[in-house]
Design a protein around this ligand. Sequence first.
Ligand code: ZN
Length: 323
Amino acid sequence: MSLGPINAPAMAEMCWLLEQKDTRLLPDAIWLGGKRHIYQHLRSMEALSVTQEVAPSVLCPDCTSRSILPELLMPPISTRLPYRAYCSDCGWLPLNAEQSRLWHIRPAKIADWLNAALGLRDRHKVEMVVDDLLWYLGDREIRRQRRSLFFGCRIASDPTKVKTELARLACPGAEVLITTSDLAQFKTTPLADRQFLSLRAIAQLRKSHLVVESIEPYLTELATQEQTDETSLRLLHSQRAVLINGTKIPVSPQVHNFLTILEEADGDEVHKRHIASKLAIPTATFRTADIFKRHKQVQAIFIGNDNTGNYWLKPEFLTLERG
Ligand SMILES: [Zn+2]
C-alpha cells in the first residue's frame, strides 16, 4: 500500500517538532499516533533518533489498552529485543529499543543539511552558538554582498542571546537566519529588525537530505528594505524610532505611545479624549503641539487629523503583515 507523498508531510512534522519546548517524543506517539511512516522516514534520514532514555510508560503493543513499564532485560533475549515489560492482560512481552526509549528530533542534522545545501561545507564547519537554538552555518557572497548564514529553532525562547551571537558573528545587516520559528512572533522581540527566512519557504526534503533552491530572491526582497529612502514605522517597537527617507529618528516614549495607539486602531480615527486617557494626560492639557514639540516632522508625515480632535495613522504606514 502506498502512503502517498511523504516528504512534504515529513517536512511539516519536522518543522513542528523543532519548535516544541520538549523535542522528545514518547514511543506511543511514534507507533500509535497514525504518523508512523513519517517518523520512520525522518529516522531513516537521521533527523529523528532514538535516545538512551527509557520511556516512563508505553501502551502494551499486544492489547494497546494497558500501560506497561519497559525495563532493560539482563541478559537480553536478543540484541534486537533488549527490553521487556509486564502487561496484566498479556503477560511478559519483549520490546525493542524503538518501542521502549524516547525519540527526539535533531536540529543539528538540519543545520548540517543546510550547510551542505548552501554550498558552505567545504569552507565552514557548522558551529552551535546558542545551545539547541542557534547554529552558525558559515559565510557566503550572495549578490556581491557577504552574508553570514545561520539556522535557528525556538528562537523566541531566548531572543536576547540569539541577538548577541548574531552581532558577534555577522556584520550589521549581513546576517541571514533560516528558521522553523513563526516569523510574525519576532516583531515584538529584540530581533524585530533582523533578516529571517522561513525554512519551509526555501527548502524541501528529498530522499535523504534537504534541498535549497535559491535564497537570492528572498534576500532581494530583504535588501530593498535597506535602501536609504525608506519612510516607515518598521523600527517603532524594536528601536523606538521611525525611518524618514532612510534616516533613523529616535522618538520620545510619549510619541512612541501615541503612534502605538494609532497603530492599534488600524487606521481608524481615534479621538483625543481616548489618546489622552491612554497617555495618562488630563484631556484639558492635551496638546499635540507639546507632545510632538521635538517631532513635528514625525507628526506631519505619519499622522492625519481633522479639526474635531480625531487622529489616525496614514494608511500607507499601517503594518501590512497584520495576521
Ligand atoms: Zn497487553
